[in-house]
Write a protein that binds this ligand. Structure first.
Ligand code: ATP
Length: 237
């Protein structure tokens, strides 16, 4: 379970998060949507202990990230890029991570297989395509077989086969009782994958509920999204 309660983040005079609250529940895939600059990545970074909130709490199974006893087995995250050094191979990167976390090398081969990167595991990360980099980031997130997955834009850059794979994979994770939170700008694709939806705009939650509740009387989630996030002047955020 992920729980965000009254989260506020200020940077100088700018309020990036204005007291947001939502939950991502076990057994469900929760989609996190919003225009560029809405505050999605800032929320995820605070949740993962990569940034501090001005006030409010972001809890993972009832605890802040820093207090988790087994962080890798509790939560796996794939944010921007894979974080791997370009001159390392994908396998070496994962082995280094596994070693740091006290996980066996055999787990590296398992996650490479899960994300479909076994054949490319010996190539340098600098030679990877965008989609391969995404798969490597996903492999790293899965190393500890976590009960919670947090993914920022996981399908961006994946080919159609990769998009189908990730959709099926995330549904299976949720159906076996895990929690999945993912942000995406591909709303049509997201609507195929999620149970619950949270939509942000200008640092506030503008909608939150099941896919059906958020879609409401609109013909699709995409229509609901545009109605909820429309700016009279248009443009960013
Ligand atoms: N390190 C930073 N320093 C200053 N401002 C920042 C920083 N990180 C984010 N911001 C600002 O915080 C606001 C929210 O940005 P954030 O990246 O969380 O949005 P987002 O919803 O993830 O957007 P996108 O869809 O473009 O990824 C923006 O106004 C952004 O300019």
């Amino acid at each position: 379970m992920l729980e965000i309660r009254n989260l506020v983040k200020r940077r100088g005079a700018q309020e990036i998060l204005s007291g947001i609250s939502f939950k991502a529940r076990p057994g469900r895939v929760t989609g996190f949507l919003g225009p560029n600059g809405a505050g999605k990545s800032s929320t995820l970074r605070i949740l993962l202990g990569l940034d501090r909130a001005t006030s409010g709490t972001a809890l993972i199974n009832g605890k802040p990230f820093a207090q988790l006893h087994h962080p890798l087995a509790t939560v796996g995250a794939a944010l921007d890029g894979s974080g791997a050094h370009r001159s390392r191979t994908g396998r070496a990167h994962l082995r280094w991570m596994a070693c740091a976390a006290g996980l066996p090398r055999s787990r590296v081969e398992e996650v490479l297989e899960i994300v479909g990167l076994t054949k490319a595991a010996g190539q340098r990360v600098g030679k990877y395509s965008l989609g391969m980099g995404k798969r490597l980031g996903m492999a790293a997130a899965l190393l500890g077989d976590p009960e919670i997955l947090i993914l920022d834009e996981p399908v961006n850059g994946l080919d159609p086969e990769g998009i189908r794979w990730i959709r099926t994979f995330l549904r299976e994770r949720a159906e076996s009782g895990n929690t999945v939170l993912l942000s995406s700008h591909l709303i049509g694709e997201l609507a195929e994958t999620v149970d619950d939806v949270v939509i942000m705009k200008h640092g506030k939650i503008v909608a939150s509920g099941t896919l059906e509740e958020v879609t409401g009387y609109h013909s699709s989630l995409e229509e609901a999204y545009f109605a909820l996030t429309a700016d009279k002047a248009g443009g960013v955020g």
